[in-house]
Design a protein around this ligand. Structure first.
Ligand code: PEP
Ligand code: MN
Length: 338
């Protein structure tokens, strides 16, 4: 950490900063220039309160040298982390497409969906049993019964299941049903108590970007999970709120490149909640894969017009299969597989 003093800072003020740093367990290295004095603080800056230093008399500003997110950062961990979900690798050479309906509805709907997911060549399945709906009077998900239906359908095709956890009180149930990947939705990205709880287990977590979260806030949210000991974290860009209302959210393709630089963890993209319309999904998927995403999270329903939730953004099974064929070509050009 570097503390830059004001141009007129007095010796007493410099000593004051040195003493504060010592009290924080840091060493101080004072460099006196012609115009400014700069103090290098040596030690673990992750736990240091930057604002407490900035408030000291004579201090102009304080700069961090290290990223505040230590575990998820590429600093000190250069190679990509590959997350293993029942033998399926996320973050490696193979791009993984996780597909399935927005919501678990009925056993026959889930059976048909699982069949479509497997037939398209996808290796993991999504489906929400607990739904975070904007309107409290709309379908809220089938709950535990939904987990049961999801497990039954996915097991027939050996598809690991990805489903959203909204309430920490359901965590034990998720573990009982052997949920393979826990999804934390956009609305809970900064639910720090929920993040801490999924940090205590080892189940992989898909952390969706908050709809108005900066990349740094998103990385810090992941650090909450990692700090508890769970390093199996997958970032999922799903579009952010913008001024544009033609589509549901603005897919931040730039964030894919930024995250791939900032973190060693896998990055996937949800083109369905970004565009909000099925016809946009192929274009956004192509962009995501071309930009370096390690996978996609795509909504697919056996009969989209009958879906209980997000009907207009779901692909049908044939559209998913066509998308997989198309993406395979892009993956190949990039030296990856799908
Ligand atoms: C979902 O994937 O089912 C979902 C609700 O997405 P988000 O949290 O990104 O809105
Ligand atoms: Mn949805």
């Amino acid at each position: 950490m570097i503390i830059i003093m004001n141009s007129g800072a007095t010796d007493e003020q410099v000593i004051g900063v040195e003493q504060k740093l010592l009290a924080m367990g840091m060493q101080a290295n004072v460099s006196r220039g012609i115009a400014r004095t700069v103090i290098g603080a040596i030690g673990d800056e992750a736990t240091v309160d930057k604002e407490a230093l900035e408030a000291l008399p004579g201090v102009d500003r304080v700069l961090r040298v290290m990223r505040p997110y230590k575990i998820v950062s590429r600093e000190g961990h250069e190679t990509n982390t590959v997350i293993d979900v029942k033998g399926i690798k996320i973050g490696g050479k193979t791009i993984q497409v996780i597909a399935g309906p927005c919501s678990v509805e009925t056993q026959s709907q889930m059976d048909a969906a699982a069949e479509g997911v497997a037939r398209a060549g996808c290796r993991l399945m999504r489906g929400g049993a607990f739904k975070p709906r904007t309107n409290p009077y709309t379908f809220q998900g089938k709950g535990v019964e939904g987990l049961e239906m999801f497990r039954n359908a996915a097991d027939k095709h050996q598809l690991p299941i990805v489903t959203e956890l909204m309430d920490v009180r359901m965590l034990d149930t998720f573990l009982e049903y052997g949920v393979d990947v826990i999804q934390i939705g956009t609305r809970n990205m900064q639910n720090f108590d929920l993040l801490k709880e999924v940090g205590r287990i080892h189940t992989p977590v898909i952390l969706k970007r908050g709809m108005a979260a900066t990349v740094t806030e998103w990385l810090m949210a992941a650090e909450y999970i990692a700090a508890g000991g769970n390093h199996n974290i997958i970032f999922c860009e799903r579009g952010v709120r913008s001024f544009e209302n033609y589509y549901r959210n603005m897919l931040d393709v730039t964030a894919i490149a930024v995250l791939k630089r900032e973190t060693h963890l896998p990055v996937i993209v949800d083109p369905s909640h970004a565009g909000g319309k099925a016809w946009m999904v192929p274009a956004l998927s192509r962009a995501a894969v071309a930009a370096g995403a390690d996978g996609l999270l795509v909504e697919m329903h056996p009969t989209p017009c009958e879906a209980w939730c997000d009907a207009d953004q779901a692909l049908d099974p044939q559209q998913l299969a066509d998308l997989m064929t198309e993406l395979r070509g892009i993956a190949h050009v990039l030296g990856r597989e799908l």
